[in-house]
Design a protein around this ligand. Structure first.
Ligand code: S3P
Length: 473
């Protein structure tokens, strides 16, 4: 019998000191559960200058905690993003038996071993975090335990059918709310079945959920990716010692992972998040006189689409001191103000900048001429419907924007500031990236832009406002 899997129920076969279910620490209340919204007007700004360092990469931070929690021994992580989303992952891993602690500047994770996750005693509150939810559903799918996932109002609207479908084939059972949404209860498979799964949507979350389920599934689990998405799971699984292969076959990526893996603890340095740097790249580009260095930005090719697109529009972004950090390409980016020209954005680049469209729309609103984006239907199922939310927010700020089914058409001002929102507040719909994108729009406006709630920013980039205020001081 597989010791690891029997260990789940009895606790007997777990490594010493890991058999007991620990009381999970109190969860941070998700944004929707706190009472007062926190509106703020982002005023027109002088140049952004100096050097800043953005928060750690959110995707890599989630995976560091999850994989650390599955390795036997101590994983050490520096640069971990301490946003609410990653803290939701940490709380969930604690609730399932791992130790996750901060000691000085370092996070230390003592894992339970693949197959060793314990039954959580309370519902797992995922807050606003789709990545925590979908990846953890993957992990749990091959552990014979039952868990309930809950989330805030935004997360409770997002589709989970995309992971329920492949994970059901593996043998997990789900009781979701209507429409395949949270709150949702699931029970992982007793004897998980390895599957071969071709992704019907370009989603790193779905890919990762299946690969993570494959870790505790005897045999080979295969994911076929017709359109490449961020590859942090593949890189990190390999780093932790999983047997994972990636092949190009007929233009598709075929990823295989061998199950019943033994993960070895790692020391990880998390690079800065390109999705957080994006707000400063655009801010420095559109605000006259700016000359800003953003240090330590991850430039994994599956994430760096925005840099290329902004350059095509005329942005001046220089890569300094290119290096590797934690197995990922990284550079310091020097961004100087530059006039932008509208372009047609190639839909093929969308997966490599999927979270950066809200702020790209802001750049387009200040460009000379028309920017056309297409193929962005995935944006409608993010933390908010980002096509509709940005169309409404930019229109309220005086931009000329047309919403289509799968994108936005933006006619820019040619560098003239936007009017701004004199009496109105733009609605952020519990979406951190709408709030930050519209904060950036405020810098290049006459009246400033008032966002209805800045609290969601803490999900991914708690230091955003102080960094922004510092860079333009
Ligand atoms: C993420 C994948 C993306 C992205 C999200 C983080 C990840 O979602 O939007 O912010 O860490 O795997 P999809 O994979 O659903 O596109």
């Amino acid at each position: 019998m597989d010791i690891r899997r029997t260990g789940i129920k009895s606790g007997r076969a777990l490594p010493q000191g890991m058999g007991a279910v620990k009381e999970p620490p109190p969860m941070q209340a998700s944004t929707s559960q706190q009472d007062q919204a926190s509106p703020r007007r982002f005023l027109p700004s002088g140049p952004l200058r100096g050097r800043i360092r953005v928060a750690g990469d959110k995707s890599i931070s989630h995976r560091s905690v999850m994989l650390g929690a599955l390795a036997v021994g101590e994983t050490r992580v520096t640069g971990l993003l301490e946003g609410e989303d990653v803290m939701a992952t940490a709380a969930a891993m604690r609730a399932m038996g791992a130790q996750v602690d901060k000691v000085g500047d370092e996070w230390r994770i003592h894992g339970v071993g693949v197959g060793g996750l314990l039954q959580p005693q309370t519902a797992l509150d995922m807050g606003n975090s789709g990545t925590s939810t979908r990846l953890l559903m993957g992990l749990l799918a091959s552990h014979a335990i039952t868990a309930t996932f809950t989330g805030d109002a935004s997360l409770s609207k997002r589709p989970m059918g995309r992971v329920i479908e492949p994970l059901s084939r593996i043998g997990a059972q789900f009781t979701p709310s209507p429409g395949g949404r949270l709150p949702l209860m699931m029970t992982g498979a007793n004897v998980p079945v390895p599957i071969e799964y071709r992704l019907p949507v370009a989603s790193a979350q779905v890919k990762s959920a299946v690969l993570l389920a494959g870790l505790n599934t005897a045999g080979i689990t295969t994911v076929i990716e017709p359109v490449p998405t961020r590859d942090h799971s593949e890189r990190m699984l390999r780093g932790f010692g999983a047997e994972l292969e990636v092949e190009e076959v007929g233009g598709e990526r075929v990823i295989t992972v061998r199950g019943e893996a033994d993960l070895r603890p790692q020391t990880i340095e998390v690079p800065g998040d390109p999705s957080s740097a994006a707000f400063f790249m655009v801010a420095a580009t559109i605000v006259e006189g700016s000359d800003l260095v953003i240090e330590n930005v991850g430039l994994n090719p599956t994430r760096a689409g925005l840099v290329e697109v902004l350059r095509q529009m005329g942005a001046q972004i220089e890569e300094l001191h290119r290096r590797d950090v934690g197995g990922e390409p990284v550079a310091d980016l020097r961004v100087r103000h530059a006039p932008l020209t509208g372009i047609e954005v190639d839909p093929a680049v969308a997966p490599s900048m999927i979270d950066e469209f809200p702020v790209l729309f802001v750049a387009a609103a200040l460009a000379q001429g028309r920017t056309v984006t297409r193929g962005l239907e995935e944006l409608r199922v993010k933390e908010s419907d980002r096509i509709a939310a940005m169309a409404a927010a930019l229109t309220a700020a005086g931009a000329r924007v047309e919403e289509t089914e799968d994108g936005l058409i933006v006619d820019g001002t040619g560098g003239e500031p936007l009017r701004g929102t004199s009496n109105a507040r733009v609605k952020t719909h519990l979406d951190h990236r709408i709030a930050m994108a519209m904060a950036v729009a405020g810098l290049a406006s006459k009246d400033g832009v008032e966002v209805d709630d800045t609290r969601p920013i803490a999900t991914s980039f708690p230091a955003f406002e102080p960094l922004l205020d510092g860079a333009r001081a």
